[in-house]
Design a protein around this ligand. Structure first.
Ligand SMILES: [Zn+2]
Length: 94
């Protein structure tokens, strides 16, 4: 795992931004316009979709860790495609 370096920080799922009212009648959100922003991780856990709230202090960190995983997956998918094409070519040759 050590050689994976920064990739050890990867987080699964997607980063979700939600607007919501908190329900307190005296809050600024009660007008239905100035809503609170809640950030969440949306992820499959044992095949079930789950969402987890992200505390404000961790939002930027979580956003980056999910983005890191997206880039990693995109790069891995790209390599897999190239390798599949290589394999299919190689297989044709006697
Ligand atoms: Zn509120």
């Amino acid at each position: 795992m050590r050689s994976l370096g920064q990739l050890r920080e990867m987080l699964p799922g997607s980063f979700v931004e939600r607007k919501r009212a908190c329900g307190r009648p005296n809050c600024h959100c009660a007008d239905g316009k100035n809503l609170h922003t809640q950030y969440q991780i949306s992820v499959l856990v044992d095949g079930q979709p789950k969402t987890f709230n992200i505390p404000a202090a961790l939002v930027e960190q979580v956003r980056q860790k999910i983005e890191l995983r997206r880039r990693f997956e995109a790069a891995a998918a790209n390599v897999c495609n190239i390798n599949l094409r290589r394999y299919l070519k190689q297989k044709e040759k006697p």
